[in-house]
Design a binder for this molecule. Structure first.
Ligand code: MG
Ligand code: ZN
Length: 444
């Protein structure tokens, strides 16, 4: 039997952040964003996927929301309301769904101040593929240092939430809670009465301990618009069509980056985190691309695993450092893929499990193909950027445009006889080419 879904919008006003735009009698979810109330954008995105049954949780000035949307028929949906007279936290009002006798199996749950345009079919299919109670959308963002971080294991199971309020030691994955959830109605059993319950600190904590929460990673548009500065940025990105373009129903453009000699300084094999130091222009370049419609994904050969120089976990730790350093400069990677394999036997400490001829070691295209599948990427409108002829050959094999950098090995490896589309001095100039400024490049 197919699962049935409904949607709950939490518009009860969480937090006490300044909201200079709200006049005394406008609840913030009703603020006009390019001509439509914020909640309407959410209803339109969700209802496009055939989910038409909505509950809006309202608080302060909630009657204004109800007056405007009524029963939802004007938008082709059915809306009911739960009005909080005393604040019940982000999840407490879910208790009332039991009293309303909801018949669906699962709930899409979103905060009213998070603007998004996502392909719900993909998120639902991830949710249905996991035997969990909750899936939360996660993504890297440009300010991980002051965001709540989600820690995932190999199965994308959430093992911890690291609050922005706690002191952080060490490196971390840039994996942030976006404020968009799918909850099984079975979780309503934990709400025994109409009482205060925080979603993250209360309900989710309980379910994480039971191993029932998973993180769905996506590059789609999901942004908190809860401060005046963020609200303005979100308006602009809507007007520029970025929300829509990033929906994974649409083909994506991507800049695939090599790692060593491209993002971080070249120093031979990197087998410990101390050896990872960013290239001078890398963070700025990645930030420029983050502000565009391009995804940024690192694809790197790491034969250090096959050679027994370090473990998969060591590589992950090196990648946490890379993400933390980029994040400190407001830059992020949409994903990172690595090939741990190596075909040649004969190294003393080698790990035979990884000594295979694989289809992911560049210049094979396995890592790019995997990302094409995950993010619906259009290779011919994408770029492969790196410091070695191996990267350029990879791009040729995959059918992307190619940019060779003079940083790192600067193409001196001469492993492949191959001509890149562009040769430039550093990643920042490469980002400029991608974004349409060919001024400082040599077009080969
Ligand atoms: Mg390299
Ligand atoms: Zn491989």
């Amino acid at each position: 039997m197919q699962k049935q879904y409904m949607a709950v919008i939490q518009a009860g006003g969480r937090g006490t952040r300044m909201w200079e735009l709200t006049k005394d009698n406008i609840p913030k979810p009703m603020l006009l964003l390019n001509g439509k109330p914020m909640i309407q954008w959410q209803i339109e995105n969700i209802s496009r996927y055939g989910i038409l049954d909505f509950v809006i949780i309202t608080g302060h000035l909630g009657e204004k929301i109800q007056e405007y949307f009524g029963d939802g028929s004007r938008l082709g949906v059915h809306i009911r309301y739960v009005h909080e007279t005393t604040p019940l936290g982000s999840a407490g009002a879910l208790y009332y769904l039991k009293e309303m006798g909801v018949k669906e199996d699962s709930i899409l749950f979103v905060y009213a101040d998070v603007m998004f345009d996502i392909d719900w079919k993909r998120m639902i299919s991830f949710y249905e593929s996991r035997q969990g109670a909750v899936v939360l959308a996660v993504h890297p963002n440009a300010h991980p240092g002051d965001s709540d971080l989600i820690v995932l294991d190999d199965m994308q199971r959430v093992t911890a939430i690291r609050s922005k309020n706690n002191i952080r030691n060490g490196w971390y994955d840039n994996c942030v809670n976006a404020g968009i959830f799918i909850l099984s109605c079975s979780v309503l059993q934990y709400l025994e009465k109409a009482a205060y319950m925080d979603l993250e600190q209360g309900l989710l904590k309980l379910l994480i301990d039971k191993g029932l929460v998973f993180g769905y990673k996506t590059s789609e548009y999901m942004k908190d618009a809860g401060t005046i500065f963020r609200f303005q940025a979100v308006c602009k990105e809507q007007a520029d069509g970025i929300w829509r373009k990033k929906n994974l129903e649409n083909r994506q453009k991507c800049v695939f980056l090599d790692r060593d000699g491209t993002v971080n300084q070249f120093c031979g094999l990197v087998d410990k985190e101390e050896l990872l130091v960013l290239e001078e222009h890398a963070a700025e370049a990645v930030r420029m691309l983050n502000d565009s419609e391009f995804l940024v994904i690192v694809v790197t050969n790491q034969p250090v695993v096959a050679r027994g120089m370090c473990s998969i976990e060591d590589i992950r730790q090196i990648h946490r450092k890379m993400q933390t350093l980029l994040g400190e400069q407001n830059a992020y990677l949409d994903d990172i893929v690595f090939c741990p394999h190596h075909p040649d036997k004969g190294f003393i400490e080698e790990d035979p499990a990884y000594k295979i001829l694989c289809n992911c070691r560049k210049p094979a295209t396995g890592m790019l193909d995997q990302m094409v599948e995950k993010y619906n990427i259009d290779l011919k409108n994408s770029y492969m950027v790196g410091d070695s002829t191996v990267d350029i050959q990879t791009g040729k094999n995959a059918g992307t445009k190619t940019i060779l950098l003079r940083t790192g090995q600067g193409g001196q490896d001469e492993r492949y006889r191959v001509t890149p589309d562009y040769i430039v001095d550093n990643l920042k100039i490469a980002a400029g080419i991608v974004l349409g400024d060919e001024g400082e490049s040599i077009h080969v």
